[in-house]
Design a protein around this ligand. Structure first.
Ligand code: NAG
Ligand code: NAG
Ligand code: NAG
Ligand code: NAG
Ligand code: NAG
Ligand code: NAG
Ligand code: NAG
Length: 499
């Protein structure tokens, strides 16, 4: 795999409105490699005619009245189903480029908008995709990258579009998934006068530095046998990591891009967390119907990985089978080798240029985790199958290595405390937000899994992964997913009924 190794945690579901784009280094975008042009070998996706880019002047700093600088923020509209006075369904962009496919396909645009004669609108998040408030992504310039600024962007945008298209008789509903799901919930909490409700899919609402419970859900979702096989592979890998002969063998078998020196701790951490990421990704997006946005590797499911991990004809040792899983993933993402070098990763992430590979979202999202959320998916949970190789300190150190020494643990602690104080964390007080959660989505551990009140409910979707409710429907969808979408429609009816 090329580029971004590690880190990025998150979130998210697919490209756009739900999701992150990278996860421990592997790009989840349809673009394959970070930073490559928007092109894909997905024939269906390429055949679509998508709505044009639209732009409007957004303020750089909403919280400083004398700072009047503006920049161009991008948005997309599809009004095919809209009838005058009907609702406006605003999807908030997340930590990656906003893909207009989300106002054409996906549940919100294709199903809910049709049902309610709504206009579908997608607003790209500042600093992601082509919405670039500053000339580059220097640390100095990234100070305007906060969720508070992004929420006020959406508020200003609602004002702007209401005037531009004479929407004063329309009600707005806000949608998002993963990080943008958090934004949707927070938007409704902070701007209840602007939107009648929010659908916040797979939304983490509690910031936390050490998100070690992520691996608890991964481990549960794999099942005992598969989990045991990975534990066994980790044990065998640990033995190889102890001596130079083992390093050679790791280098060859896991197809590492460069000579592997097992006495460089940061490289070992980076490598093992990348291999864990192979499995984490598969769990997080298990059977999500992401093909429509050109996502790669969607046929690799928990069953596929676990069938390999537990099948002794594939390889006699668990480590051989773990190597096989790595091969399958490399092939699915068209990557020739695993770039495990921590220094390469840091160098890429330090690049402040909009044309760099890190600008696909890696640098920006890492910055947000370092100054707002933490969310570090560490290996600190006892009993998880990947070994103790990526402790939370490893992630905390990355903040300093990438952005500078002032981004230390203390700053992170204060930031996370501020975020939970500002929004409420698990104690979020909000009405008219629906929180769909999937039982095998590792993010649900930081989400809303109990009703917050009679009109803000958790919607449990048994057996589904991250943001499953947002993707187009498929014949293979389990009944509980179809039911969940019907519940979302009923909830939208309630939000939109005139009080
Ligand atoms: C708007 O969405 C509808 C429903 O998915 C689709 O048929 C139509 O082509 C879209 N319009 C544009 C301009 O993309
Ligand atoms: C919307 O604006 C029009 C034109 O300014 C006005 O006639 C109408 O009363 C307004 N409707 C609402 C609900 O404010
Ligand atoms: C491996 O890394 C260690 C520690 O940084 C260093 O002392 C050693 O020379 C390296 N070995 C090789 C073969 O590069
Ligand atoms: C997934 O699909 C790709 C492309 O069609 C194929 O090459 C690969 O073998 C498939 N992998 C699995 C595990 O089914
Ligand atoms: C195990 O792997 C072998 C060889 O790849 C394959 O033929 C067999 O079908 C697999 N068995 C199961 C139960 O998946
Ligand atoms: C979820 O589904 C599994 C398997 O289909 C079933 O065993 C379990 O009871 C279900 N859990 C809930 C809470 O519905
Ligand atoms: C997996 C998970 O945490 N699901 C929760 C989602 O919300 C429902 C309803 O409140 C809970 O019962 C589930 O535990």
């Amino acid at each position: 795999m090329n580029l971004l190794i590690c880190i990025l945690l998150i979130i998210n579901c697919g490209l756009i409105s739900c999701g992150p784009l990278f996860f421990r280094g592997r790009p989840l975008t349809k673009h394959g490699m970070l930073g490559s042009p928007v092109s894909t070998d997905n024939v269906y996706y390429n055949s679509l005619k998508l709505p044009e880019d639209q732009w409007f002047d957004q303020r750089l700093d909403h919280f400083n009245p004398v700072e009047t600088t503006t920049w161009k923020q991008r948005y997309f509209i599809n009004d095919t189903f809209y009838t005058k006075g009907g609702p406006i369904f605003l999807q908030l962009g997340g930590e990656g480029i906003a893909d207009p496919i989300w106002v054409v396909e996906g549940q919100i645009a294709a199903n809910y908008a049709k049902r309610f004669s709504a206009m579908s609108v997608l607003l790209e998040h500042r600093y992601y995709g082509n919405s670039r408030p500053t000339p580059d992504m220097s640390v100095e310039n990234l100070r305007y990258l906060t969720s508070q600024q992004a929420l006020q962007d959406a508020a200003s945008f609602i004002d702007y579009l209401t005037t531009k298209l004479s929407l004063n008789e329309s009600q707005w509903v806000v949608f998002g998934g993963s990080y943008s799901g958090s934004l949707a919930a927070w938007f409704r909490a902070k701007y209840p006068h602007l939107v009648v409700g929010a659908i916040a899919s797979s939304a983490p609402i509690e910031a936390i530095i050490n998100f070690k419970d992520y691996l608890a859900v991964v481990s549960d979702s794999l099942g005992q046998k598969c989990d045991d096989a990975i534990k066994e592979a980790t044990k065998q890998l640990a033995l190889e990591l102890e001596h130079p002969m083992g390093w050679k063998s790791i280098e060859k078998q896991f197809k590492l891009c460069e000579t592997f020196n097992g006495s460089v701790d940061s490289d070992v951490y980076n490598l093992v967390s990348t291999l864990a990421g192979n499995i984490e990704n598969v769990v997080q997006y298990n059977k999500d119907n992401r093909d429509f946005e050109g996502a790669k590797g969607t046929n690799i499911t928990i069953d596929v990985v676990c069938d390999v991990m537990t099948n002794t004809s594939v390889g006699t040792t668990a480590l051989d089978r773990y190597i096989k899983v790595n091969d399958i993933i490399l092939e699915a993402y068209n990557q020739k080798c695993v770039d495990f070098k921590y220094d390469n990763f840091v160098q890429q992430m330090r690049n402040t240029d909009w044309k760099s590979s890190a600008a696909a979202g890696g640098r920006q999202w890492t910055y947000q985790t370092c100054v707002e959320y933490g969310f570090f998916q560490s290996s600190d949970l006892t009993g998880q199958p990947f070994g103790p190789y990526f402790p939370v300190d490893f992630f905390v150190q990355q903040c300093a290595d990438i952005f500078g020494p002032q981004f230390d643990l203390q700053l992170l602690q204060k930031s996370v405390q501020f975020t939970n104080n500002f929004y409420g964390g698990y104690g979020l007080k909000v009405r008219k937000v629906l929180f769909p959660n999937g039982s095998i989505d590792p993010w649900h551990a930081l989400g809303v899994t109990k009703d917050l009140g009679p009109d803000s409910k958790a919607l449990y979707i048994n057996g589904t992964a991250h943001c499953a409710d947002m993707y187009p429907q498929s014949d293979k969808d389990p009944k509980q997913l179809t039911d969940a979408r019907n519940t979302i429609i009923k909830t939208l009816e309630e939000f939109l009924s005139k009080q």
